[in-house]
Design a protein. Structure first.
Length: 101
């Protein structure tokens, strides 16, 4: 289940390439690829750079004229498809982050 408090991590077996505002993902383990259009690519850029899915969601609300519920549904659908194809991992926000001493 998608938790908006989680953050997106790109697995080491995934290559992402950007071409003319679109993107292509390649799972090197399965040799399957997945393409995103301009809007999907912007979603991906924010998801992969944000500290949480929710932070990316809030930024997308600022950038696009879209109903919040529709954006939440579209973002959840995208995350689900990418996760099912092994193209991303969702981890709790504290996992894999450095701790202070």
């Amino acid at each position: 289940m998608i938790q908006f408090s989680d953050r997106v991590v790109v697995p080491p077996h995934v290559m992402v390439r950007f071409l003319d505002q679109e993107s292509v993902f390649l799972n090197l383990d399965t040799e399957r690829y997945f393409g995103l259009d301009k809007v999907g690519t912007r979603m991906w850029e924010l998801l992969s750079a944000s500290p949480s899915v929710d932070a990316a969601y809030r930024q997308l609300l600022d950038e696009f004229d879209v109903a919040p519920d529709l954006l939440r549904t579209n973002l959840t659908d995208l995350l689900t498809k990418l996760q099912q194809n092994g193209l991303l991992q969702l981890v709790p926000p504290h996992v894999g982050t450095p701790t202070s001493l």
